[in-house]
Write a protein that binds this ligand. Structure first.
Ligand code: PMP
Length: 434
């Protein structure tokens, strides 16, 4: 039987018939994917794409060990946490072994949004305070409570605006921001601003939530030395500190398993998601005994799917693969190589303004030559040209001019070379045409 190839326009039309137009599709020329393995995605027309973008398939798309763990558990038992089953305890213990002893309780849920929503609810319950302090350009999820604390969404010209209970502090950005000396000086200066925001907040702050590297801000690492004084000031007024590690967790940053570790702080709560299940919908809130106890209000906490045996089996397999395949170390080595190679391109092409991030969570800031002004058009051109060359990368940031790359952690030097060589050709062509 001869397979008829799908017509992209028809597929798009059909999608619009049943799904709202608000669902976006990547690239000018969308990709009709059929399957994916490790760092490769395959479309319906026989093309292979190098995936330099997707961080959810953390240990590789369809990793056989993860797939097998899910299949076997699904064939045996899937139920909810109102029953006792061994794998919940095994997985919880294994996951918590990745945290310091003070972070001793885990709540399993099914998305990063749900986890942040729960974290904020628990923080309010624990502290009795109502305000939440957030970082400019941050994103924490799509529930109403999450949108309220996500500047990336509420601050959109078409967004809902900033709610009264939200205190927004400026992003401690050492590239385009007010303070740029990233040896701890800028961190301290930004922290002073945040501390002033805390002190002048009309109501006490229940929680301060931040991503270690602000993804939607354009992969912006919080300035060095920023978190510690801010955490101290939050705690001084009996608030709690939340690290949103949905993007940055599980060894992606190379040097550390969790992003907060780089700053020598210990949060009171950590929110994790995306790579936790390598694509299976899972997330979790990790917190202290005290915060978990405060939530023990007599009103049951229950979620139908959080912590189900299939998710636990998958989550456990992901942690085992990260260890067995030494993926945190791979993220460190390949991430450093990626940055070095991009720095060589930067010497040739003045449109590459900043190279930042850690491990395999990187951003390349595309600018109008030799300025710090964003060049959105060029960033989109590079992204779409890479797609034409079967390489997947994205853009983000307030001006959407930052090339965002966060591939599966199995990425190799050869894969980096492919991204670099093709970016080089695209930029050479761009400058030749100029
Ligand atoms: N926090 C951060 C930092 C995120 O990047 C995201 C998703 N992009 C979320 C939370 C929400 O997670 P989810 O999409 O699984 O609901």
């Amino acid at each position: 039987k001869i397979k008829t190839l799908p017509n992209i326009e028809q597929v798009k039309e059909k999608r619009h018939q049943h799904l709202a137009k608000i669902l976006s599709v990547s690239y000018k020329k969308p990709i009709y994917v059929e399957k994916a393995t490790f760092q490769y995605m395959y479309d319906a027309y026989g093309n292979t794409f190098l995936d330099a973008y997707n961080n959810i398939p953390h240990v590789g798309h369809s990793h056989p060990k993860v797939v097998k763990a899910g299949q076997e558990q699904m064939a045996k038992l899937n139920t909810n946490t109102r029953y006792l089953y061994e794998i919940l305890n095994i997985y919880a213990e294994k996951l918590l072994s990745k945290f310091p002893p003070s972070l001793s309780k885990v709540f399993f849920v099914t998305s990063g949004s749900e986890a942040n929503d729960l974290a904020i609810r628990m923080a309010k319950k624990h502290t009795g305070h109502s305000n939440v302090m957030v970082v400019e350009h941050g994103y924490h999820g799509h529930t109403q409570a999450d949108i309220d604390i996500s500047d990336y969404k509420f601050n959109n010209p078409k967004g809902q605006g900033q709610k009264k209970h939200v205190v927004k502090t400026i992003i401690p950005d050492t590239y385009r921001g007010r303070f740029t000396k990233n040896d701890g000086t800028a961190g301290k200066q930004y922290a002073e601003i945040a501390i002033n925001d805390i002190k002048t907040s009309p109501n006490k702050i229940a929680a301060f939530i931040a991503e270690p590297i602000v993804g939607c801000g354009g992969q912006i690492p919080l300035a060095k030395g920023y978190l510690k004084p801010v955490y101290e000031a939050i705690r001084a007024q009996d608030g709690i500190c939340i690290s949103d590690e949905v993007q940055t967790g599980f060894g992606r940053l190379g040097d550390h398993f969790w992003g907060y570790e780089a700053e020598n702080v210990i949060p009171d709560m950590v929110v994790i998601g995306k790579p936790i299940g390598n694509g299976h919908p899972m997330a979790a809130v990790i917190c202290t005994d005290e915060i978990a106890d405060s939530f023990n209000t007599g009103v049951e906490f229950f979620t139908s799917f959080g912590g189900n045996p299939v998710s636990c089996a998958i989550g456990l397999a992901v942690l085992e693969v990260i260890e067995e395949e030494n993926l945190q170390e791979n993220a460190r080595i390949i991430g450093n190589y990626y940055k070095e190679e991009f720095a060589l391109l930067q010497k040739k092409f003045p449109c590459i303004g900043d190279i930042r991030g850690s491990g395999l969570f990187l951003g390349f800031d595309i600018i109008k030559d030799n300025t710090t002004e964003a060049d959105t058009e060029l960033a989109h051109h590079i992204k779409n040209e890479l797609r034409e060359r079967n390489i997947l990368i994205s853009t983000d940031g307030p001006a959407d001019n930052v090339l965002k790359t966060k591939p599966p952690l199995i990425f190799t030097k050869k894969d980096v070379d492919i991204v670099i060589q093709n970016t080089k050709i695209i930029l050479e062509n761009h400058y030749n045409e100029k």
